[in-house]
Design a protein around this ligand. Sequence first.
Ligand code: FAD
Ligand code: DHB
Length: 394
Amino acid sequence: MTRTQVAIVGAGPAGLTLAHLLRRQGVEAVVLERRTRAHVESRLRAGVLEQPTVDLLRELGLAARLDAEAMTHRGVRLRFAGATHRLDLSGLTGGRAITIYGQHELVKDLIAARLADGDPILFEVDEVELSGLDADPVVRYLRHGRRRELRCSIVAGADGFRGVTRGYLPGTVFEQLQPFAWLGILARTAPSSDELVYAAHEDGFALHSMRGPALTRQYVQVPPDVDVAAWPAERIWQTLRRRLGHGDGLDLPVGPILDVTVAAMRAVVTEPMRHGRLFLLGDAAHIVPATGAKGLNLAVADAAALSYAIGAWAGGAPAELDRYSSRCLDRVWRTQRFSVWLSQLTHRLPGEDAVDRRLRETALSELVSCPHTGAAFAERYVGQPLPTPWWWNG
Ligand code: FAD
Ligand code: DHB
């Protein structure tokens, strides 16, 4: 049996960011992770960091490799009705931008920095069970064949959508499945554009993104019940070329496909994000549809808010813990609205007719032609300021 102040379940972006923020405030934490270090460091997921996420990582001194290797994008391309338009993100937001950096690279950096600090991350932890959540939490788990107990004052549930901690919340779960999914394609090809291209084609959505100078990450809209076997490389390239406008300012080279996955598009929110001494953050508390790349950034915003509340509690101001859930949920629902709206604006919806399509194209056209509409979009796309400072000075 061991004891710590905060038990963090899950070593994804949410749990690891929280662990670093707590350390800066002198709060002790143990991170428990189900998978191996190699697994979490190679798991392919999101790739877009908002400006507030990058600012936070820099303030924490965790952005050295990111600053050396990541790509800064000051604009984004929207393609619809047969033409590609550029939205000047930096011009519309007073100089802010997005940063392209694979989630697994960020996770690698956060793990390396925590271990270099001499702080614990326990990998390969199984059968996590929680008890005593009203006052005196205990986390029981199995590791390397031995059952163990960790006593703590607070449990942070950062174990993602398929984790166990969300099952301990008695609250309401709001859930909506979008009527489309993404086929995610990682290919060894050079990016064809220096900025992301979101395409709302009449056949369906496509997205051209990247992970480095010789690696592209692209997505095509597919039905939720897609059979991946029906998508051989040739069909993937043909679809990407057609939807993204190959030959019209974008030359998409064909190259080796390294990975193909299907991602469902879900909107999920758990309310409240707290039960007694258990606090949920990141995907454990909510999922947003992927369009706009908000999931990882929302996880980091939750971590900032929770570290603030825990820092306040440790400094003798426990009421901040009571404010955590409502503070986060405000941002969560605003982000949910943005992600659902952008998804529905850019995807072909089942049963849509020519009028629906024209209305979508008109809304997209307003985004790139009206400075007010464009600025409102750009503000949300590059990321709104974090809900709290991440420090607590008592
Ligand atoms: P996670 O990253 O899921 O981390 C949770 C951690 O908890 C994991 O390491 C997991 O192994 C661990 N864990 C789970 N169960 C247990 C347990 N019982 N005990 C201990 N540890 C446990 N977002 C985008 O913006 N763009 C994208 O393209 C995109 N693609 C995605 C693709 C996939 C397949 C998935 C699942 C998500 C994707 N997302 C994307 C969403 C984004 O990656 C998430 O929002 C982000 O990972 C949230 O971070 P997190 O730390 O909350 O959760
Ligand atoms: C990526 C994912 C997104 O959901 C998005 O909107 C933009 C880029 C990506 O994985 O690179």
